[in-house]
Design a protein around this ligand. Structure first.
Ligand SMILES: *[C@@H]1O[C@H](CO)[C@@H](O)[C@H](O)[C@H]1NC(C)=O
Ligand SMILES: *[C@@H]1O[C@H](CO)[C@@H](O)[C@H](O)[C@H]1NC(C)=O
Length: 458
Protein backbone atom coordinates (compact mmCIF):
# COMPACT_ATOMS: atom_id res chain seq x y z
CA UNK A 1 0.00 0.00 0.00
CA UNK A 2 2.77 2.36 0.98
CA UNK A 3 4.83 1.41 -2.06
CA UNK A 4 1.88 1.89 -4.34
CA UNK A 5 1.23 5.33 -2.93
CA UNK A 6 4.84 6.28 -3.42
CA UNK A 7 4.77 5.11 -6.98
CA UNK A 8 1.62 7.09 -7.58
CA UNK A 9 3.29 10.17 -6.13
CA UNK A 10 6.42 9.74 -8.25
CA UNK A 11 4.52 9.21 -11.47
CA UNK A 12 2.45 12.33 -10.80
CA UNK A 13 5.61 14.31 -10.26
CA UNK A 14 7.11 12.99 -13.47
CA UNK A 15 4.03 13.79 -15.44
CA UNK A 16 3.99 17.28 -14.09
CA UNK A 17 7.65 17.86 -14.95
CA UNK A 18 7.30 16.44 -18.41
CA UNK A 19 4.22 18.45 -19.05
CA UNK A 20 6.00 21.54 -17.92
CA UNK A 21 9.06 20.80 -20.00
CA UNK A 22 6.95 19.99 -23.01
CA UNK A 23 5.24 23.33 -22.67
CA UNK A 24 8.55 25.14 -22.46
CA UNK A 25 9.92 23.44 -25.57
CA UNK A 26 6.90 24.12 -27.67
CA UNK A 27 7.00 27.76 -26.64
CA UNK A 28 10.68 28.36 -27.35
CA UNK A 29 13.30 27.75 -29.97
CA UNK A 30 16.09 25.34 -29.05
CA UNK A 31 18.49 28.25 -28.86
CA UNK A 32 16.21 29.90 -26.33
CA UNK A 33 16.22 26.73 -24.28
CA UNK A 34 19.92 26.94 -23.60
CA UNK A 35 19.55 30.64 -22.85
CA UNK A 36 16.65 29.79 -20.57
CA UNK A 37 18.94 27.36 -18.76
CA UNK A 38 21.63 29.99 -18.40
CA UNK A 39 19.06 32.33 -16.90
CA UNK A 40 17.97 29.59 -14.51
CA UNK A 41 21.58 28.94 -13.46
CA UNK A 42 22.09 32.65 -12.99
CA UNK A 43 18.89 32.87 -10.91
CA UNK A 44 20.01 30.08 -8.65
CA UNK A 45 23.52 31.58 -8.33
CA UNK A 46 22.02 34.85 -7.07
CA UNK A 47 19.11 33.25 -5.20
CA UNK A 48 16.55 35.08 -7.31
CA UNK A 49 12.88 34.12 -7.31
CA UNK A 50 10.48 36.16 -9.44
CA UNK A 51 7.03 37.02 -8.16
CA UNK A 52 5.18 35.45 -11.10
CA UNK A 53 5.71 33.84 -14.54
CA UNK A 54 5.13 37.21 -16.27
CA UNK A 55 7.94 38.84 -14.32
CA UNK A 56 10.19 35.86 -15.02
CA UNK A 57 9.45 36.08 -18.73
CA UNK A 58 10.17 39.80 -18.74
CA UNK A 59 13.44 39.33 -16.83
CA UNK A 60 14.43 36.46 -19.11
CA UNK A 61 14.10 38.73 -22.15
CA UNK A 62 16.27 41.40 -20.52
CA UNK A 63 18.80 38.77 -19.41
CA UNK A 64 19.01 37.44 -22.97
CA UNK A 65 19.62 40.91 -24.40
CA UNK A 66 22.28 41.58 -21.78
CA UNK A 67 24.04 38.26 -22.50
CA UNK A 68 24.15 39.17 -26.19
CA UNK A 69 25.54 42.61 -25.36
CA UNK A 70 28.15 41.12 -23.00
CA UNK A 71 29.27 38.47 -25.49
CA UNK A 72 29.49 40.96 -28.34
CA UNK A 73 31.61 43.25 -26.18
CA UNK A 74 33.89 40.41 -25.04
CA UNK A 75 34.36 39.22 -28.63
CA UNK A 76 35.24 42.69 -29.88
CA UNK A 77 38.92 43.21 -30.58
CA UNK A 78 41.04 45.65 -28.60
CA UNK A 79 38.84 45.93 -25.50
CA UNK A 80 41.16 45.70 -22.49
CA UNK A 81 38.23 44.84 -20.17
CA UNK A 82 35.74 41.98 -20.01
CA UNK A 83 32.06 42.04 -19.10
CA UNK A 84 30.15 39.31 -17.22
CA UNK A 85 26.66 38.27 -16.14
CA UNK A 86 26.82 39.60 -12.59
CA UNK A 87 23.96 40.41 -10.21
CA UNK A 88 22.75 43.17 -12.51
CA UNK A 89 22.27 40.85 -15.51
CA UNK A 90 18.47 41.00 -15.43
CA UNK A 91 18.24 44.79 -15.23
CA UNK A 92 17.99 47.19 -18.13
CA UNK A 93 20.51 49.98 -17.96
CA UNK A 94 17.76 52.45 -17.01
CA UNK A 95 16.75 50.26 -14.09
CA UNK A 96 20.38 49.81 -13.05
CA UNK A 97 20.94 53.56 -13.00
CA UNK A 98 17.69 54.21 -11.15
CA UNK A 99 18.28 51.58 -8.50
CA UNK A 100 21.89 51.90 -7.66
CA UNK A 101 23.64 55.16 -8.10
CA UNK A 102 22.68 58.28 -6.29
CA UNK A 103 25.66 60.42 -6.03
CA UNK A 104 24.07 63.80 -6.20
CA UNK A 105 26.49 65.25 -8.72
CA UNK A 106 23.70 66.84 -10.69
CA UNK A 107 22.60 68.88 -7.69
CA UNK A 108 26.09 70.13 -6.83
CA UNK A 109 26.81 72.97 -9.22
CA UNK A 110 26.47 75.60 -6.51
CA UNK A 111 28.53 73.77 -3.91
CA UNK A 112 31.84 75.45 -3.09
CA UNK A 113 34.74 72.97 -3.13
CA UNK A 114 37.70 73.23 -0.78
CA UNK A 115 40.79 74.80 -2.33
CA UNK A 116 43.63 73.39 -0.23
CA UNK A 117 45.37 70.23 -1.44
CA UNK A 118 48.02 68.93 0.93
CA UNK A 119 49.68 66.75 -1.73
CA UNK A 120 50.10 69.51 -4.25
CA UNK A 121 53.92 69.65 -3.85
CA UNK A 122 54.45 65.84 -3.89
CA UNK A 123 56.91 65.00 -6.66
CA UNK A 124 57.95 61.31 -6.30
CA UNK A 125 55.08 58.75 -6.66
CA UNK A 126 55.63 54.92 -6.96
CA UNK A 127 54.75 53.13 -10.21
CA UNK A 128 52.31 50.79 -8.45
CA UNK A 129 50.17 51.19 -5.37
CA UNK A 130 47.79 48.66 -3.74
CA UNK A 131 46.63 49.69 -0.30
CA UNK A 132 45.01 46.27 0.24
CA UNK A 133 48.53 44.88 0.55
CA UNK A 134 49.32 47.47 3.24
CA UNK A 135 46.28 46.45 5.35
CA UNK A 136 44.39 49.69 4.75
CA UNK A 137 41.27 48.31 2.99
CA UNK A 138 38.38 46.28 4.49
CA UNK A 139 36.59 43.57 2.44
CA UNK A 140 34.13 44.86 -0.16
CA UNK A 141 30.67 45.64 1.24
CA UNK A 142 27.29 45.60 -0.50
CA UNK A 143 25.06 48.65 -0.30
CA UNK A 144 22.05 46.64 -1.52
CA UNK A 145 19.25 48.94 -2.48
CA UNK A 146 19.81 51.08 0.60
CA UNK A 147 18.29 54.54 0.74
CA UNK A 148 18.27 54.71 -2.99
CA UNK A 149 14.94 52.99 -3.31
CA UNK A 150 13.54 55.30 -0.63
CA UNK A 151 14.77 58.29 -2.60
CA UNK A 152 12.95 56.88 -5.60
CA UNK A 153 9.79 56.36 -3.62
CA UNK A 154 9.93 59.96 -2.53
CA UNK A 155 10.44 61.02 -6.13
CA UNK A 156 7.48 58.93 -7.27
CA UNK A 157 5.38 60.32 -4.47
CA UNK A 158 6.38 63.88 -5.41
CA UNK A 159 5.35 63.34 -8.98
CA UNK A 160 2.06 61.70 -7.95
CA UNK A 161 1.12 64.74 -5.90
CA UNK A 162 2.76 67.28 -8.23
CA UNK A 163 5.10 68.49 -5.52
CA UNK A 164 8.11 70.67 -6.28
CA UNK A 165 10.26 71.85 -3.39
CA UNK A 166 11.63 75.35 -3.37
CA UNK A 167 15.28 74.31 -3.06
CA UNK A 168 17.52 71.24 -2.49
CA UNK A 169 17.63 71.89 1.27
CA UNK A 170 13.85 71.75 1.54
CA UNK A 171 13.84 68.62 -0.58
CA UNK A 172 16.40 66.97 1.63
CA UNK A 173 14.44 67.93 4.75
CA UNK A 174 11.16 66.63 3.30
CA UNK A 175 12.92 63.45 2.15
CA UNK A 176 14.03 62.75 5.73
CA UNK A 177 10.49 63.25 7.04
CA UNK A 178 9.06 61.12 4.23
CA UNK A 179 11.52 58.34 5.09
CA UNK A 180 10.54 58.39 8.75
CA UNK A 181 6.87 58.35 7.84
CA UNK A 182 7.34 55.41 5.47
CA UNK A 183 9.05 53.50 8.26
CA UNK A 184 6.20 54.32 10.62
CA UNK A 185 3.58 53.31 8.04
CA UNK A 186 5.31 50.03 7.19
CA UNK A 187 5.79 49.09 10.84
CA UNK A 188 2.10 49.77 11.47
CA UNK A 189 1.00 47.79 8.43
CA UNK A 190 3.21 44.86 9.41
CA UNK A 191 1.90 44.79 12.96
CA UNK A 192 -0.46 41.91 13.65
CA UNK A 193 -4.14 42.45 14.48
CA UNK A 194 -4.52 45.94 13.04
CA UNK A 195 -7.75 45.99 11.04
CA UNK A 196 -6.68 49.11 9.16
CA UNK A 197 -3.87 50.01 6.82
CA UNK A 198 -1.86 53.20 6.52
CA UNK A 199 -0.52 54.66 3.27
CA UNK A 200 1.75 57.38 1.89
CA UNK A 201 -0.99 59.86 1.07
CA UNK A 202 -0.67 63.61 0.46
CA UNK A 203 0.52 64.14 4.05
CA UNK A 204 3.53 61.80 3.76
CA UNK A 205 6.14 64.57 3.85
CA UNK A 206 4.70 66.34 6.90
CA UNK A 207 5.62 65.69 10.50
CA UNK A 208 2.63 65.03 12.71
CA UNK A 209 3.02 68.50 14.27
CA UNK A 210 2.93 70.14 10.84
CA UNK A 211 -0.06 68.03 9.85
CA UNK A 212 -2.04 69.06 12.90
CA UNK A 213 -1.08 72.71 12.53
CA UNK A 214 -2.05 72.85 8.87
CA UNK A 215 -5.24 70.94 8.67
CA UNK A 216 -7.67 70.78 11.49
CA UNK A 217 -9.40 73.73 12.96
CA UNK A 218 -12.45 72.61 14.77
CA UNK A 219 -12.51 74.69 17.90
CA UNK A 220 -13.45 71.84 20.19
CA UNK A 221 -10.99 72.78 22.89
CA UNK A 222 -12.73 76.12 23.25
CA UNK A 223 -16.19 74.65 23.53
CA UNK A 224 -16.69 73.94 27.17
CA UNK A 225 -18.79 77.06 27.61
CA UNK A 226 -21.06 76.48 24.64
CA UNK A 227 -24.65 75.73 25.49
CA UNK A 228 -25.89 72.64 23.73
CA UNK A 229 -29.49 72.17 22.66
CA UNK A 230 -31.50 69.80 24.82
CA UNK A 231 -34.13 68.50 22.42
CA UNK A 232 -33.34 65.37 20.49
CA UNK A 233 -35.99 64.47 17.96
CA UNK A 234 -34.75 60.91 17.58
CA UNK A 235 -34.84 60.08 21.28
CA UNK A 236 -37.76 57.64 20.95
CA UNK A 237 -36.43 55.88 17.85
CA UNK A 238 -36.22 52.19 18.68
CA UNK A 239 -35.73 50.34 15.40
CA UNK A 240 -32.53 51.22 13.62
CA UNK A 241 -31.18 49.28 10.61
CA UNK A 242 -27.98 47.25 11.01
CA UNK A 243 -26.37 49.12 8.15
CA UNK A 244 -26.85 52.64 6.81
CA UNK A 245 -25.05 54.30 3.90
CA UNK A 246 -26.57 57.64 2.92
CA UNK A 247 -24.42 57.68 -0.24
CA UNK A 248 -26.61 54.92 -1.61
CA UNK A 249 -29.72 57.02 -0.94
CA UNK A 250 -28.43 60.00 -2.92
CA UNK A 251 -27.91 62.16 0.15
CA UNK A 252 -24.14 62.68 -0.04
CA UNK A 253 -22.23 64.83 -2.55
CA UNK A 254 -18.80 63.75 -3.83
CA UNK A 255 -15.85 64.12 -1.42
CA UNK A 256 -14.45 67.66 -1.33
CA UNK A 257 -11.02 68.96 -0.37
CA UNK A 258 -10.53 71.75 2.15
CA UNK A 259 -6.89 72.19 1.12
CA UNK A 260 -4.78 74.08 3.64
CA UNK A 261 -7.64 76.17 5.00
CA UNK A 262 -8.72 75.10 8.50
CA UNK A 263 -12.42 75.25 7.73
CA UNK A 264 -13.34 71.60 8.28
CA UNK A 265 -16.28 72.93 10.32
CA UNK A 266 -17.78 74.45 7.16
CA UNK A 267 -17.39 71.19 5.19
CA UNK A 268 -18.95 69.21 8.02
CA UNK A 269 -21.94 71.56 8.39
CA UNK A 270 -22.44 71.80 4.63
CA UNK A 271 -22.38 68.00 4.18
CA UNK A 272 -25.04 67.60 6.90
CA UNK A 273 -27.10 70.38 5.31
CA UNK A 274 -26.78 68.81 1.84
CA UNK A 275 -27.95 65.56 3.42
CA UNK A 276 -31.11 66.85 5.10
CA UNK A 277 -31.96 68.94 2.02
CA UNK A 278 -31.68 65.86 -0.21
CA UNK A 279 -33.78 63.79 2.19
CA UNK A 280 -36.56 66.36 2.47
CA UNK A 281 -36.66 67.59 -1.15
CA UNK A 282 -35.23 64.68 -3.12
CA UNK A 283 -32.65 67.04 -4.65
CA UNK A 284 -28.95 66.59 -3.92
CA UNK A 285 -27.25 69.96 -4.36
CA UNK A 286 -23.61 70.68 -3.58
CA UNK A 287 -23.59 73.77 -1.34
CA UNK A 288 -21.02 76.49 -0.70
CA UNK A 289 -18.43 76.18 2.07
CA UNK A 290 -16.81 79.38 0.88
CA UNK A 291 -19.96 81.32 1.74
CA UNK A 292 -19.54 80.18 5.35
CA UNK A 293 -15.81 80.96 5.28
CA UNK A 294 -16.35 84.47 3.88
CA UNK A 295 -19.68 85.53 5.37
CA UNK A 296 -20.13 83.67 8.68
CA UNK A 297 -17.69 85.96 10.49
CA UNK A 298 -19.85 87.89 12.95
CA UNK A 299 -19.98 85.10 15.54
CA UNK A 300 -17.31 82.68 16.71
CA UNK A 301 -16.60 81.14 13.31
CA UNK A 302 -13.37 82.41 11.80
CA UNK A 303 -13.05 81.00 8.30
CA UNK A 304 -9.75 79.20 7.78
CA UNK A 305 -8.85 79.80 11.42
CA UNK A 306 -11.57 77.50 12.68
CA UNK A 307 -15.20 77.32 13.68
CA UNK A 308 -18.12 75.24 14.93
CA UNK A 309 -20.71 73.29 13.02
CA UNK A 310 -23.51 74.49 15.30
CA UNK A 311 -22.59 78.10 14.64
CA UNK A 312 -22.55 77.37 10.92
CA UNK A 313 -26.10 75.99 11.25
CA UNK A 314 -27.10 79.19 13.10
CA UNK A 315 -25.67 81.27 10.26
CA UNK A 316 -27.50 79.21 7.61
CA UNK A 317 -30.80 79.62 9.46
CA UNK A 318 -30.33 83.36 9.89
CA UNK A 319 -29.17 83.78 6.29
CA UNK A 320 -32.15 81.76 5.00
CA UNK A 321 -29.89 79.23 3.35
CA UNK A 322 -26.70 78.78 1.37
CA UNK A 323 -25.83 79.29 -2.28
CA UNK A 324 -24.58 76.41 -4.42
CA UNK A 325 -20.96 75.31 -4.64
CA UNK A 326 -21.11 76.20 -8.36
CA UNK A 327 -22.27 79.79 -7.73
CA UNK A 328 -20.07 80.46 -4.73
CA UNK A 329 -17.09 78.17 -5.35
CA UNK A 330 -14.44 77.11 -2.87
CA UNK A 331 -11.18 79.08 -2.83
CA UNK A 332 -9.46 77.64 0.23
CA UNK A 333 -8.56 81.06 1.69
CA UNK A 334 -10.41 83.66 3.73
CA UNK A 335 -12.12 86.14 1.45
CA UNK A 336 -14.51 89.07 1.46
CA UNK A 337 -18.16 88.09 1.64
CA UNK A 338 -19.76 88.23 -1.80
CA UNK A 339 -23.08 89.78 -0.73
CA UNK A 340 -24.74 89.22 -4.09
CA UNK A 341 -23.93 85.51 -4.05
CA UNK A 342 -24.77 85.29 -0.36
CA UNK A 343 -28.28 86.57 -1.07
CA UNK A 344 -29.09 83.57 -3.27
CA UNK A 345 -30.25 80.54 -1.30
CA UNK A 346 -30.30 77.15 -2.99
CA UNK A 347 -31.13 75.18 0.17
CA UNK A 348 -31.95 76.00 3.72
CA UNK A 349 -32.61 74.51 7.15
CA UNK A 350 -35.04 75.50 9.87
CA UNK A 351 -33.11 74.48 12.94
CA UNK A 352 -30.50 72.16 14.41
CA UNK A 353 -30.18 69.83 17.37
CA UNK A 354 -27.33 68.29 19.32
CA UNK A 355 -27.06 64.55 19.83
CA UNK A 356 -26.94 63.67 23.56
CA UNK A 357 -23.31 63.76 24.60
CA UNK A 358 -21.12 60.64 24.95
CA UNK A 359 -23.77 58.26 23.73
CA UNK A 360 -23.01 56.18 20.66
CA UNK A 361 -26.50 54.66 20.74
CA UNK A 362 -28.05 58.11 20.46
CA UNK A 363 -25.62 58.90 17.64
CA UNK A 364 -26.73 55.73 15.86
CA UNK A 365 -30.39 56.80 16.09
CA UNK A 366 -29.50 60.14 14.53
CA UNK A 367 -27.28 58.73 11.76
CA UNK A 368 -29.97 56.16 10.96
CA UNK A 369 -32.16 59.15 10.03
CA UNK A 370 -29.76 61.60 8.34
CA UNK A 371 -26.09 62.53 7.85
CA UNK A 372 -24.75 64.02 11.10
CA UNK A 373 -21.92 66.47 11.77
CA UNK A 374 -19.39 65.04 14.22
CA UNK A 375 -16.25 66.43 15.82
CA UNK A 376 -13.25 64.14 16.29
CA UNK A 377 -9.62 64.13 17.33
CA UNK A 378 -7.88 63.69 13.98
CA UNK A 379 -4.41 64.63 15.16
CA UNK A 380 -2.79 61.19 15.41
CA UNK A 381 -0.22 59.85 12.97
CA UNK A 382 -2.45 56.89 12.18
CA UNK A 383 -5.25 59.24 11.24
CA UNK A 384 -2.81 61.26 9.15
CA UNK A 385 -1.79 58.23 7.10
CA UNK A 386 -5.05 56.22 7.24
CA UNK A 387 -5.61 54.30 4.02
CA UNK A 388 -8.22 51.60 4.52
CA UNK A 389 -9.98 49.25 6.90
CA UNK A 390 -11.81 49.88 10.15
CA UNK A 391 -9.76 52.46 12.01
CA UNK A 392 -9.28 51.47 15.64
CA UNK A 393 -7.00 54.26 16.82
CA UNK A 394 -4.88 55.36 18.39
CA UNK A 395 -6.29 58.81 19.00
CA UNK A 396 -7.32 61.03 21.84
CA UNK A 397 -10.42 63.13 22.49
CA UNK A 398 -9.03 66.60 21.93
CA UNK A 399 -11.60 67.45 19.29
CA UNK A 400 -9.86 69.29 16.46
CA UNK A 401 -11.64 68.24 13.30
CA UNK A 402 -15.17 68.42 11.93
CA UNK A 403 -16.40 65.63 9.62
CA UNK A 404 -19.72 64.02 8.77
CA UNK A 405 -21.08 60.61 9.78
CA UNK A 406 -22.95 59.43 6.67
CA UNK A 407 -23.67 55.88 7.78
CA UNK A 408 -22.55 52.94 9.84
CA UNK A 409 -22.18 49.20 9.44
CA UNK A 410 -20.27 46.04 10.23
CA UNK A 411 -17.21 45.00 8.24
CA UNK A 412 -16.64 41.54 6.80
CA UNK A 413 -14.54 40.56 9.78
CA UNK A 414 -17.19 41.74 12.24
CA UNK A 415 -15.83 45.19 13.09
CA UNK A 416 -18.57 47.73 13.79
CA UNK A 417 -17.84 51.11 12.25
CA UNK A 418 -19.05 54.63 11.58
CA UNK A 419 -18.87 55.63 7.92
CA UNK A 420 -17.34 59.09 7.98
CA UNK A 421 -17.01 61.57 5.11
CA UNK A 422 -13.82 63.63 5.36
CA UNK A 423 -12.83 66.77 3.44
CA UNK A 424 -9.26 65.89 2.47
CA UNK A 425 -9.91 64.81 -1.13
CA UNK A 426 -10.29 61.29 -2.47
CA UNK A 427 -6.58 60.40 -2.18
CA UNK A 428 -6.88 60.10 1.58
CA UNK A 429 -8.43 57.00 3.14
CA UNK A 430 -11.05 54.96 1.33
CA UNK A 431 -11.71 57.38 -1.54
CA UNK A 432 -11.96 60.21 0.96
CA UNK A 433 -13.90 58.25 3.60
CA UNK A 434 -12.83 56.59 6.81
CA UNK A 435 -14.54 53.76 8.64
CA UNK A 436 -14.06 54.44 12.35
CA UNK A 437 -14.59 51.83 15.03
CA UNK A 438 -18.07 52.04 16.58
CA UNK A 439 -19.21 50.82 19.97
CA UNK A 440 -15.94 51.26 21.87
CA UNK A 441 -15.61 50.95 25.63
CA UNK A 442 -15.07 54.67 26.15
CA UNK A 443 -18.37 56.55 26.22
CA UNK A 444 -16.83 59.38 24.17
CA UNK A 445 -16.49 57.01 21.25
CA UNK A 446 -13.32 56.51 19.22
CA UNK A 447 -11.47 59.84 18.81
CA UNK A 448 -14.36 61.48 20.68
CA UNK A 449 -16.84 60.96 17.85
CA UNK A 450 -19.82 60.88 20.27
CA UNK A 451 -18.81 64.01 22.18
CA UNK A 452 -20.17 66.76 19.98
CA UNK A 453 -22.47 65.53 17.23
CA UNK A 454 -25.24 67.67 15.76
CA UNK A 455 -27.55 67.82 12.78
CA UNK A 456 -29.69 70.39 10.99
CA UNK A 457 -33.46 70.07 10.74
CA UNK A 458 -35.60 71.10 7.81
C1 LIG B 1 53.49 74.09 -2.11
O1 LIG B 1 54.56 74.91 -2.49
C2 LIG B 1 54.21 76.29 -2.60
C3 LIG B 1 55.48 77.03 -3.11
O2 LIG B 1 56.57 76.72 -2.30
C4 LIG B 1 53.78 76.81 -1.24
O3 LIG B 1 53.37 78.16 -1.31
C5 LIG B 1 52.58 75.98 -0.77
O4 LIG B 1 52.16 76.35 0.53
C6 LIG B 1 52.92 74.50 -0.77
N1 LIG B 1 51.69 73.75 -0.46
C7 LIG B 1 51.59 72.87 0.55
C8 LIG B 1 50.26 72.23 0.73
O5 LIG B 1 52.54 72.55 1.26
C1 LIG C 1 -40.55 60.50 23.61
O1 LIG C 1 -41.47 59.85 24.40
C2 LIG C 1 -41.81 60.55 25.59
C3 LIG C 1 -42.72 59.69 26.41
O2 LIG C 1 -43.83 59.28 25.64
C4 LIG C 1 -42.42 61.89 25.28
O3 LIG C 1 -42.70 62.62 26.43
C5 LIG C 1 -41.44 62.67 24.41
O4 LIG C 1 -42.01 63.89 23.99
C6 LIG C 1 -41.01 61.87 23.19
N1 LIG C 1 -39.96 62.59 22.52
C7 LIG C 1 -40.00 62.93 21.22
C8 LIG C 1 -38.86 63.70 20.71
O5 LIG C 1 -40.93 62.64 20.50
Amino acid sequence: MVAKNQFYHISLTLLFCMGFWGFQVTCRTLQDVSMYERHEEWMSRYGIVYKDPQEREKRFRIFKQNVKYIEASNNAANKPYQLGTNQFADLTNEEFVARRNRFKGHMCSSIIRSTTFKYENVTAVPTTVDWRQKGAVTPVKNQGQCDVSMYERHEEWMSRYGIVYKDPQEREKRFRIFKQNVKYIEASNNAANKPYQLGTNQFADLTNEEFVARRNRFKGHMCSSIIRSTTFKYENVTAVPTTVDWRQKGAVTPVKNQGQCGCCWAFSAVAATEGIHALTTGKLISLSEQELVDCDTKGVDQGCEGGFMDDAFKFIIKNHGLNTEANYPYKGVDGKCNAKAEAIDAATITGYEDVPVNNENALQKAVANQPVSVAIDASGSDFQFYKSGVFTGSCGTELDHGVTAVGYGISNDGGKYWLVKNSWGTEWGEEGYIRMQRGVAAQEGLCGIAMMASYPTA
